[in-house]
Each structure stands twice: as structure tokens, then as C-alpha cells.
Design a protein around this ligand. Sequence first.
Ligand code: S3P
Length: 442
Amino acid sequence: MSFHGFFQPAAEGLRGVVEVPGDKSISHRSILFGAVSEGSVVVNGFLRSADTLATVDAVRALGVSVESPESGCVVVHGGGWEGLREPEDVIDVRNAGTLMRLLPGLVAASPFLTVLTGDESIRRRPMSRVLRPLEAMGARVWGRARNSLPPVGIIGGSLHACEHHLPVASAQVKSCLLLAGLRASGVTVVVEPGVSRDHTERLLLSGGARIQRIAEVGGSVRITVEPLEALSLSEITVPGDFSSAAFLIVAALIIPGSALTVEKVGLNPTRTGLLAVLERMGAHLSVSSYDSLAPEPTGAVHAEHRALSATDVTPEEVPLLIDELPVWALAAAKASGTSRLRGAGELRVKESDRLAAVAEVLRALGVRVTEYDDGLDIVGRPEGWTGGAIRAHGDHRLAMVGATAGLASSEGVHVDDVACIDVSFPGFAGTMDLLSSPEGDR
Ligand code: S3P
């Protein structure tokens, strides 16, 4: 049970069958792409969270009408590229990094000024990785600290295609450039050093875009996009967010007595790298797919408690579980042996410096951790931890790591900020309470 940020041990384990709220990445994209689609787009299963509501407000500021974002079924009345209007004020993305990175691509060919800012964490996020390539394509861009930090400004222009080589695999940067590529003259190419989530490609393809992905020797991926006169999306179904399900899955694995199933969850292989890593650790998992041919594969994941052993997460794997690494670290903390994570320097520029923040959380639980520039060594404690007080640094995923650590502890964990959990998983505490209440109380 949870109370005012205090998460008590789940003495009987977590048991039951649940669903998690809609996928955050796909919800953002549904609103943004719906805004420039021709005609109305119905979005089923939309995640109604702090982050995605910032995206609804952003497209409204650009002149697009959005109906009923207070429910799980939202209608975006897209007016095509020409339907976008100059916002009257600065757009505040709040804590939404995906909005901050994708919106500049959406407006890169619109001949007006768009200015974006966000909360304290957003104003520390590197932006030159999107502003520089957009400038090379013909947009005019500004940003604090020599075009590297928000607030940022964009005046759209007539765009020409470029070939972009990304230094790190990033779905946000790739998506921004693909959006701009839809409005450029010629074929835009984005080459990523590894595989990142491909929701943008899948959604744009379903709306008529011509996009190709070619895997290259050495692990890089070459994505090409042709200009598109009109995007035509009509209905989008958002699956449950695998990144939210990850907290339930790891909780079940590390808390004795647990056996739970998460249904209707997204199983896009560019998102589920955590499952392969956990299986290497000896996890008791089973996955059933509903329809692998749908634009976004979905299914159910069943997880049961079992002793875990340490594993190493390699740099190539990192983009496939980038948002799950904080909760993976908690699984590693309960495993026997030393787990190593490398090639994860990007975690330092997320909602918080997640390498430093995760190390701090684990140390507060009494786990031995060594921090590197790009990773962590975690010495597992299969005997578990008593509890402690944890700082979330305003980061929703860190707060949920702390909460999960509390459920797995013997005396409970206090998390200083639980309000931030609403950024991605509204109802998290209620779901955990439901799963941890004894059978008869459900
Ligand atoms: C996201 C991509 C990832 C991820 C973020 C959401 C997206 O960021 O960490 O939470 O929706 O495209 P990067 O593109 O910076 O890796």
C-alpha cells in the first residue's frame, strides 16, 4: 500500500491481471501527426497524462482543434500542413522531451515563428542535435547557449533534403528530421548508429508516407523519406505503454509470491529490449502476441517471481531499453552477482541525470554501485533491502523505481515526489495497491 509517498512492502507479492495506460511515445505522435493530417483523426487509447496534454495544448496553439482530451478517445481535426498557424505566445512543453524535439520538425517548413520552452529539466536538454540539421535543411533557428538549449525559436523555410548522420541512436531526433523530410524537396536520409524506436515510421507509413528502413552492415540503420503532399491518417489505436508495464514486470520478478499479467501492452520490438535482458537473468516471463501484423504489435506479458542472476547490458542494446534502464537497475540490485551497463551516456540528459540518480537511489537502499561516464556496475543483493528515503529529482521514472523498491523492501521506502508520476503513468499507485492487496480484498 502507498500513502503520501510512502510505499510499504507487498508482503504477499503482486498478483492479478491489469492493463496499463496508453503508450506515451505513440500518444504524442498521434496528436502531432494528426494535427497535419487531412481531416479528422480518432485516437483510441490516448494516454491522458501531463506530458501528452502539453502536446494537445501545443497543437491547439498552432491553430488545430482537438476534441475531448479528457477521455481515452481523442479527435484531432487536422487541417493539413497549410492548416498550421503562427502561435500567439511561447509554447510551454512542460516536462515533455518528445514534444520539444518533434515539434521543431513539424513546423520547419511553416513560414512563421514558433518559440518553445519547458520546465527546468527541459531547459537542460541538448537541442543542437535537432536545430543544426534543421538549419542545414533551410529553417532559421535560435536557441540559448549558441543554439544548444531551450528556449528555442524556429522560423520555417523552404526545405531541401539532406543526409543526416546521427552521432547517437535517438528516436526523437530521427522523428524530427523525418517530419521535416516530408516537406523537403528531394529524398531526406537519416542514418542512425543503432536501432531506435520506430513508431514514427510505422505511423507515417500508415498515413501514406514513403519511408524505407535499411539495416546496414555494422548495426546502423538508413532511413529515407520522400516528400508527401498530404498525410492521411484516420484512426489510431494506442497500445498500453511497455515502459509503464516494465515497472509491474520487474516488481513481479523481484517480490516473492508475485504472479501477474499485463494485457493489451505494446510489444514493438524496438521497445522491448528489457525482456531479452531479463530473460538472460533467468526471469520467469511469458509473452503472447495478439496480432503481430497490426501497425503496432500488442500482446500480454506474464511475469512471476524467481531468483535472478547478474547480466551485462551492452551499448548496442541500450536504445532498445533506454527508458527501462532505471527499473532494470533495480532488478540488477536484487540479482546475484555484478551487473554492468555501458554505452548509456544518454541517460545523463533525460528528465534527470538518470545514471547519477539511479546510483543515488540504489545506494540509499544499501546496494553497492560504481558510476561511470556511460554506465554503472551494480553489485546485487539477493537478500534485498530494508528500505529508506529516495529522491526522485522530479523524474517520473525515478519516482516509480523508488515506489517499486518500497514494495520489494522489508520496511518500506519514502519517495519525496510522487506527483511527477503523472507524466507517464497516472494511476500507478492505485494499480500497485490493487495488485498487492490480498486476494479477498480485490
Ligand atoms: C522517445 C525517445 C527516447 C526516449 C524518450 C521517448 C520518443 O529518447 O528516451 O522517453 O518518444 O521518441 P531519445 O530519442 O532521446 O533516445
